[in-house]
Design a protein around this ligand. Structure first.
Ligand SMILES: Cc1cc2nc3c(=O)[nH]c(=O)nc-3n(C[C@H](O)[C@H](O)[C@H](O)COP(=O)(O)OP(=O)(O)OC[C@H]3O[C@@H](n4cnc5c(N)ncnc54)[C@H](O)[C@@H]3O)c2cc1C
Length: 308
């Protein structure tokens, strides 16, 4: 049976393979991004498991555009939406985890924050920094997520991927070429699970670290707002927020897309801003910072899809 929920049926569906997972037509990406913006994905596909995903990738039309999203916490999806198929790993299969000696293997669809309970209940430590970063573990690999002096590459042992031909491969961490908020592996690789280093640690110590990290974020970053975190990468040896402030951008606003009062490198959708408003605000900041400091800021937020 074609695992299908129809909203407004897309003609694309008629050429997609039958899967055990679920297809959704014209699914609004605004429901899947922390910014709360983004037009429709022509088709969204939730694979049931690796076999289902692998079958889909082998049987799909050769030139079908596909992309993968995680928790949407680092995405700016444009208002015209995403043509083709957007894949999201959200079934139970992608949230499974298993601990063995000094390591934990987790499905890529697991939220980073879910690791808190696992660390505490199993007397483990080493991943506290990761639990404080929004999003899913697959996204954390792609972005080499990091904070509090640690990044994913410091704890990653390896990952399982499925490539564009539907082949499953185990890849050691070094071959994913992770660097500051960046990874260098083929665009058609989908991370489906990953193995991370952990160490034995009393829950009281883990909880203390978690509390410190939480408090730091509460004090320094906006919360309960629509944002995608740091908008721009820190240029080598510099801080993006300082450059933004110095360039007179701290109070910039375009139709409800605004520079956060609490952290200049966070852009916030204060209400009904569109993706175009947020992107235009970001580009305005890049222009002003360039004029004032000669430095070109680079987007950390990933832009996807087409303009309206
Ligand atoms: C309030 C806030 C605070 C934040 N603080 C931090 C921070 O301290 N440090 C930090 O590094 N980031 C931070 N971020 C940014 C964001 O949380 C991270 O970049 C996160 O790792 C993105 O994961 P995600 O699952 O949401 O990925 P998404 O935003 O959905 O996608 C990000 C990229 O990963 C790719 N991707 C997603 N899943 C997979 C997969 N399974 N296989 C292959 N590619 C995949 C997508 O195609 C896309 O290119 C913050 C964001 C917010 C909103």
């Amino acid at each position: 049976m074609l695992g299908l929920k129809k909203k407004n049926k897309s003609s694309l569906l008629s050429i997609l393979p039958e899967v055990r997972g679920k297809y959704l037509c014209n699914e609004m990406m605004s429901k899947h991004t922390w910014f709360g913006v983004g037009g429709p994905a022509e088709v969204m596909y939730y694979p049931e498991d690796d076999d289902d995903l692998s079958w889909f990738l082998k049987a799909k039309p050769y030139n079908l555009p596909i992309c993968i999203i995680g928790g949407g916490s680092n995405l700016l999806v444009r208002d015209g939406g995403i043509p083709g198929v957007v894949i999201k790993l959200d079934s139970k299969f992608y949230k499974k985890w298993q601990i063995s000696e000094g390591e934990i293997t987790c499905g890529a669809g697991m939220r980073n924050s879910q690791l808190k309970k696992i660390l505490l209940e199993n007397k483990l430590g080493g991943l506290e920094f990761l639990t404080s970063i929004p999003g899913h573990l697959g996204g954390a690999v792609r972005t080499n997520a990091g904070c509090f002096g640690k990044e994913l590459k410091d704890v990653l042992i390896g990952a399982t991927i499925i490539n564009g031909n539907g082949e499953v491969k185990n890849i050691p961490a070094k071959d994913l070429s992770l660097s500051y908020r960046h990874s260098l592996f083929p665009d058609d690789w989908i991370i489906t699970s990953l193995t991370l280093k952990v160490n034995a640690q009393e829950p009281e110590i883990t909880q203390k670290i978690l509390d410190e990290y939480k408090q730091y974020r509460m004090n320094t970053q906006p919360h309960n707002v629509k944002t995608a975190g740091s908008t721009f990468k820190n240029p080598e040896g510099l801080r993006a927020w300082e450059l933004i402030k110095k360039s007179g951008c701290a109070e910039l606003e375009i139709n409800g897309a605004k520079v956060s009062d609490k952290h200049c490198n966070f852009l916030v959708n204060t209400g009904n801003a569109t993706a175009a408003d947020i992107e235009n605000l970001g580009e305005e900041i890049i222009k002003k910072v360039k004029e004032n400091t000669s430095i070109t800021l680079e987007w950390e937020v990933k832009k996807m899809g087409i303009a309206k």
